[in-house]
Design a protein around this ligand. Structure first.
Ligand code: MN3
Length: 200
């Protein structure tokens, strides 16, 4: 997350088939090797003629850039890196402070999952569903459209699911609800917990 122009394609932190059967290898390959790579290439192309922004990290670009082409492609790289980094074979549950706060705010892991899923099903078109916290560290579940990020709303992202159809169509077809259930089986809420308590 500290890299600057020219941005490199982040390797997947696990094998493409490591999330089977919940997310299939073909989807992971296409999603990473084609979709993310295209965002990286387009971002580098957009920044090529913009030296003042070439020393910016993704987060800095999201807050400083005004050009729509740069913003869209920066969001595409940031959101996908966040999504891929937030998956792990077998999944991990929330721990520590985040587990406590989920219990307090949503009434338990099952209720949290139900609310998160409802939010993901509510999203019209393409985008992401996020677990975030605000500057008071209060938890919230939000949707962003297309490649928008929660950073522009002043929120700190903890976990996200990619709701674009390319993320699930090969396996789940148009049944987004099943994809969300499968995402929960490989989502790394251990990482979200570290992001929440500041240890990552
Ligand atoms: Mn995607």
């Amino acid at each position: 997350m500290h890299q600057t122009y020219p941005f490199q394609l982040m390797p997947l932190p696990y094998a493409a088939d490591a999330l089977e059967p919940h997310i299939d290898a073909k989807t992971m390959q296409l999603h990473h090797d084609r979709h993310l790579k295209t965002y990286v290439n387009n971002l580098n192309a957009a920044l090529e003629d913009c030296p003042p922004l070439q020393n910016c990290t993704l987060r800095q670009l999201l807050l400083r850039a005004r050009d729509i082409e740069i913003l869209r492609n920066t969001g595409g790289v940031f959101n996908h890196e966040f999504f891929f980094n937030g998956l792990t074979p077998g999944g991990r549950p929330p721990t520590g402070l985040l587990a406590e706060r989920i219990q307090r705010r949503y009434g338990g892991a099952v209720e949290f999952q139900a609310q998160f899923k409802a939010k993901a099903l509510e999203l019209f078109g393409s985008g992401y569903t996020w677990l975030c916290c605000n500057r008071h560290r209060q938890l919230c579940i939000v949707n962003t459209q297309n490649q928008d990020t929660p950073l522009s709303q002043g929120l700190r992202p903890l976990a996200c699911i990619d709701i674009w159809e390319h993320a699930y169509y090969l396996k789940h077809y148009n049944v987004r609800a099943d994809y969300v259930d499968d995402w929960f089986r490989v989502a790394d809420f251990g990482r979200a917990s570290q992001l929440y308590d500041g240890s990552l």
